[in-house]
Write a protein that binds this ligand. Sequence first.
Ligand code: AMP
Ligand code: MG
Length: 348
Amino acid sequence: METVIARMCDGINEAEISRAGEILRGGGLVAFPTETVYGLGANALDAEAAGKIYRAKGRPSDNPLIVHIADWDAIYKIAAEVPAEAKLLADAFWPGPLTMILRKSDVVPPATTGGLDTVAVRLPDHAVARALIRAGGGYVAAPSANTSGRPSPTKAEHVAQDMDGVIDMIIDGGDVEIGIESTIVDLTDGTPTILRPGYISREMLGRVLGAVEVDRALISEDSALRPKAPGMKYRHYAPKAQLFIVQGPQQLVREKINALAEENKAAGLRTGVIGTDESQAFYANALVKSIGSRRDEGSIARHLYGILREFDESEVSVIYSEAFDTPQMGQAIMNRLIKAAGHQIISV
Ligand code: AMP
Ligand code: MG
């Protein structure tokens, strides 16, 4: 199949949006920008269309899709119940990087929800995304637009790397703003619970809702605990090289990484390092990439997935990354990085 690229870096192109909407209403697949990462969209109310997403990504069929809407009122058709918390959260954070889990109505096919009786809903803060959702009928199921197991795409080129020739259209909206997937909060089971950390932190949710819990499977060492979001159990974002996180006081981390890089060099192995603007000059015997500045945690979140993809194109066999426990998004950044590293952490 030929994949059409529609460029909308400078705003909405109405003709291309209606064409993309027709593709969605006809059961096809369109990748599009949101403020978090690029999504791979299909009509969420059409089981066959949703099925195509799983095939294009190679995604396990028990991993449900987030349904994207463009207007608050759209929620009443797909949710069987809309609790008061949902309205409070929408008023505070929508449009934005927050996904809510609600009881689903009968119009949402099991193919979209991975067979669950709940549905994940988000209203994204991106004008192109909302225009596309409206043109496509109002309900767009969209996971990240990467092949399963690869880093989520933060620019249209990343989408093309994984999806060229596989989907009908890619809308290029330039680089995304946030770079990490939405926070997921479950509103179906007692105290609101974070199933996936993201830009909207527990503190921010707490200010609106009072008590908020975090799914114990995310913070516990006990790997037998099953995460409530089925997708969180899979190893995501695995780079081709072995990835280790080195954590501890910054000076010790730098010395440890340099010592390891020197050992690797003696053994004939090429090393990659994920450092920051502040630390990159310190490293030797390695291909060093700066993820951003410790003074700007947004820059770290924005560049994480792109850096992992860049390392996949280089000839390194092992990568060491500093840890990034930043104030608001640190939990989300480290959640993704620890998964990418397959939990390989060196403490100094
Ligand atoms: P992605 O869109 O690729 O970032 O993945 C969506 C995430 O949302 C996955 O981790 C899913 O498991 C999770 N998710 C979607 N729907 C539900 C649901 N109904 N209940 C719990 N988790 C969900
Ligand atoms: Mg994903």
